[in-house]
Design a protein around this ligand. Sequence first.
Ligand code: MN
Length: 193
Amino acid sequence: MKFTQPKLPYAQDALAPVISPTTIEFHYGKHERAYIDTLNKLIEGTEFADMALEDIIVKSEGKLFNNAAQAWNHIFYFFQFSPDGIKEPSGKLRDAIESQFGSIEDFKSKFEEAGATLFGSGWVWLAADSDGKLFILQGKNAENPMTQGLRPIMTYDVWEHAYYLDYQNLRASYLHKLWDIVDWNVIEMRYGE
Ligand code: MN
């Protein structure tokens, strides 16, 4: 199986000014692309060649894990945004967030803080267990909650390449602005409304 890079469901300038067209050009066009290209080269002729991407992530390590997880993480990241998405969670997901974190605002603050305080490169995740309990997790480098048996629901990329062109060193500002483009309809579907 050859993995192909999915086209973005919005125009390259659609997320500006939160994420600029230049950042999309490099982050989606070069970084995500390179992870998928490298993944395809690494699995060619191996036991991983016909596996689903999620299975590769759970069963691999080292360079293959890094490229497989980074490919998955970036696709997941870019597909949760929309210029005209639903701005607030509702239903079961809203209930779970409010009962576990107090309020939507409290949840957002905790999520931003987890992203801002992650040392080095990585991802901040919202993940759920099989009972629907939510977890905010910091993942270093390419880490993904599915390797701990949890289901990823949302993620913010905190590698410098995700924000440096638009926010320079201000990672916290980037994290705060991302709420303007998150499409909660996508997040709710991932949670299982
Ligand atoms: Mn990235």
